[in-house]
Unconditional design. Sequence first.
Lengths: 453, 89
Amino acid sequence: MTLYNSNIFETVRMTEKENLDIRTITMGISLLDTIDSSGERSRRKIYDKITTLAENLVKTGNQIEEEFGIPIINKRISITPISIIAAASDDKNYIKFAQILDDAAKEVGVNFIGGYSALVQKDFTNSDRDFINSIAEALSVTERVCSSVNVGSTKTGINMEAVKIMGKVIKDAAYLTRDNDSIGCAKLVVFANAVDDNPFMAGAFHGIGQGEAVLHVGVSGPGVVKSALEKVKGEPLDIVAENIKKTAFKITRAGELVGKEAAKRLNVPFGILDLSLAPTPEIGDSVARILEEIGLESCGTHGTTAALAMLNDAVKKGGIMASSSVGGLSGAFIPVSEDEGMINAVKNGSITFDKLEAMTSVCSVGLDMIAVPGDTSETTISAIIADEAAIGVINNKTTAVRIIPVHGKTVGDMAHFGGLLGYAPIMKLNDFSSEAFINRGGKIPAPVHSFKN
Amino acid sequence: MKVIITVIGKDKPGIIFNVSKILFENSVNIEDISQTIMQDYFTMMMLADMSNASSDFNSVKSLLEKAGEDIGVSIKIQRQEFFESMHNI
């Protein structure tokens, strides 16, 4: 054998004991050819195209899971932003578009379909505003549809009008899904610098520069990284970084193999591999616990940002060495409700909302799955989005906000979203108003790209 | 298709016999085998070729898993590329 026995057992241990899994295989499908002046016809074409191309997605994923012995947790679909697809249709009944996506997702058996989205980083088209105003209702009448809105980019600056509207959309979604701890908001992401090949939900969509259909893969493995770090206790941080890099390499290789195999069997090109460390609420699958393994008593204490920066960078380095198809978001996710260690850090008071914001400046994505009081004002939510978008736009990185103002709950309560979405203690926000700032509207101009300080 | 079969469990007579019997009955050719006892635990790895197998992957997998349950050891079968891709540059 060209493999050493120790290699074989290392791999078996990763899948058996350390929760190594493929977090998602996501089929990106272009819906550009489903645009039609008749909304009815357009929706029929959308349904037919998705159910034809993704017919075997779940079955293929399950078979690969059997053969390689690695779980593929989610099978999902991303599509061209519906704001673009539906813009030409006569009836402008966006809710019906959301429902047809939900139906198609159920028919092929995927748990989420992403792309009920709009890209308004510079400005709105005539139909964009109507579309964005439909998001809250769309999320409340569908089960599997995920939505995202890109409100800023490094090239265009921040569309503050869109930021303002999104504060209201999030509050509306929270109210309309109030019976389920405002879960509608867990399916809605507000981006700056959104990427168009992201396989992870809720922010996945199939960008217009992408091909006809493509298969992306998102790998995970916080448990594997933590176990690897347990072997270098007390060593200097460069040794820790090296260790993370090597582990990320192995995880990435496993993911690339699975993704390419799935693409081949589904007869679509392989797209990208997103090597994000994506935690789950399960014990042993937490990014916060990795940071604690590096030496922090509890995630969120002083030093957390530095440890996270190193982790995120080392994961990227290992992954980029392992695959030539790295894309998507690729880094460490720090959702609160989806990470057992993070939930614990909120409960014991070591992590605050402000620290989370600081952490997003050095890691993948942003303020993710954070439950806040239900009586938080629209403008405060908009201001949180503006802060996060500013971090992304100035630093030339993707940032996002997925925040849940849980209707009827306040600091000290717990919100339960179920499954991989997890549960979260309601976090305290700053009590002072941002209303006058948000009500100005307009735009924050694109930043200068030199004189970096 | 090349596969790697790993067996981990308490050592007892007949483990290799039971695994190779299933492989023989399904025309799966064993190409390499190594075993060791680590801390009282029997660990075995087999490299096998399924290209002329008389049953499909899933059937062989469930037969092996069933045998593992009967003997009281854990038996896993995975495609070889999975290991190769992870450990070779």
